[in-house]
Ligand binder design. Structure first.
Ligand code: ZN
Length: 303
């Protein structure tokens, strides 16, 4: 789960206007209840992002299809109830779910990994994750080191067979080459993915960057965590990796997180317009740093 940009901005504004912050207990999070899930799962028509890369997610949860003549890649699976919609979106675009050979994930929260088990069942694809996410997807149980563990949210449906990828590993699927970029912090196994997509001879570096949101369950302190002691250094790794990664087009786990729909609409409305925004990943990392600093201030002095 993550804040949208508008929520983050509202939070920042609220904090800026608030009385002294010291020792203020971070506000509890809203549960991922049925009405909220229904809003996130509102259908959205699939569309081309760039070249062989398509949006196949819902109104509120990103899922990306990267196609080739020799097999496709799917990144993220939304909620469990998003799986049929993602599969239908793939079919609407004229592709076969059975040609999806690899399913990747940004992070193992219910709203981005919940549909993976069903999408694997429908496609027969191999699911690739980094090591810290493996046990969560295999068992369906949130790790004790997840900052949101104490929220006791719904369990992710367990995924049968998993393959492990390492930081910076290149994954070849059909004619595509994707690279895993470790961006932990939001969860210990958080992973961003990058690949090149081309239209004619114009090729862009696409980055599906994981959430950088410092959200946590009750009692979790980013400044002093017993369950995830490396959380601050992990977040720093994520920020610095995204700041330095070649990045022409930023995609995030929610379309809102990077104004994806607005950027696509702007491109459609402006002949010759490009999606290219080389500073987007840097700005995303900067916003993540600011949100973590705000959260640490909210927690008060380290205890
Ligand atoms: Zn999350």
């Amino acid at each position: 789960m993550e804040h949208t940009r508008s929520q983050s901005l509202a939070l920042l504004l609220a904090l800026a206007c608030a009385a002294p912050l010291a020792q203020a207990a971070p506000a509890p999070l809203a549960p991922l209840d049925a009405p909220r899930r229904a809003v996130m799962n509102t259908p959205h028509a699939p569309f081309k992002i760039y070249g062989n890369t398509y949006y196949v997610g819902t109104q509120g949860l990103t899922a990306v299809l990267i196609t080739s003549d020799f097999g496709h890649v799917l990144i993220d699976g939304g909620l469990p109830e998003s799986a049929p919609q993602i599969a239908a979106n793939i079919a609407t675009l004229g592709f076969k779910i059975g040609d999806v050979k690899a399913i990747l994930n940004t992070h193992v929260h219910f709203d981005h990994a919940g549909g993976i088990a069903e999408l694997q069942r429908l496609s027969g694809a191999a699911v690739y994750v980094r090591r810290p996410s493996e046990a969560v997807l295999r068992t369906g149980k949130t790790g004790a080191d997840d900052p949101q563990a104490a929220m006791k949210g719904p369990q992710v449906p367990a995924v049968g067979t998993l393959w492990i990828v390492s930081d910076q590993q290149l994954l070849g699927v059909g004619s595509n080459r994707l690279q895993a970029i470790a961006t932990p912090g939001h969860t210990p196994g958080g992973t961003s993915w990058t690949w090149e997509a081309c239209e004619g001879t114009n090729c862009l570096k696409l980055v599906f960057a994981d959430s950088l949101s410092p959200m946590a369950g009750p009692g979790f302190l980013f400044g002093n965590s017993k369950t995830y002691p490396a959380v601050l250094t992990d977040f720093e790794q994520a920020f610095s990796r995204l700041e330095t990664l070649p990045c022409d087009v930023l995609i995030t786990p929610t379309p809102e997180g990077s104004n994806l729909f607005e950027r696509i609409a702007q491109r459609e409305a402006t002949p010759g317009a490009s999606l290219k925004q080389p500073e987007a990943c840097k700005a995303y990392a900067k916003a993540g740093r600011a949100a973590l600093a705000t959260r640490l201030a909210e927690e008060g002095p380290a205890r």
